[in-house]
Design a protein around this ligand. Sequence first.
Ligand SMILES: [Zn+2]
Length: 207
Amino acid sequence: MNIDRLFFPSRCIFCGKVIGFYKAFCDDCIKYSKEPVRYKKLCNGIVCISRFRHEGLARRAMLSFKYNDYRQFYLQYSIILSEVIKNELSDISFDFYTCVPPHKHNAGKLHFYGVRAIAVHTAKRNNVVFRETLYESRNIDSQHKLNAAQRRTNVLDAYRVINKDEVRDKTILIFDDIVTTGATLTACTNELLKAGAKKVYCITVNH
Ligand SMILES: [Zn+2]
């Protein structure tokens, strides 16, 4: 039993109605979940696959998750991304899943990091190992107030691989919550590839 299930009922990410533990939407909102997934090519040619446009109900859900204490949505997001992976990436055998690391100034202090929680629980659902592979080597500014060029500069050379031996020759799926310009995921995937990763794919909830 996941401990959060004792304290938080499962809620539809779109309307907040209490639902069954193994669902992400209530029966009324399932119609909003039907938009096609999006494939985006990052600057380095790596593919990022995303579930929802970051607007309307999906945007509101993500903001609730990130800023308004709806942290239990990581369970719903792991159900959603687990399905995306099974439907869209079924021919790829991943050695492990990983995630974009938390900001350096938070790294030691965060008892809950939403992106990691989504990745860990999606890995559990799909019977894949989760590994932390990256850290921020210097403090970087939050990306959401910056334009595309500033975002690229902000994260340039900002990430390092924790243990290159764990990454070499591996096929890796890296998680983030939202992809906007793709600057963060490009920087992270470049670092994994430099460390010898065989193939890297990205997945996010929103885009
Ligand atoms: Zn609903």
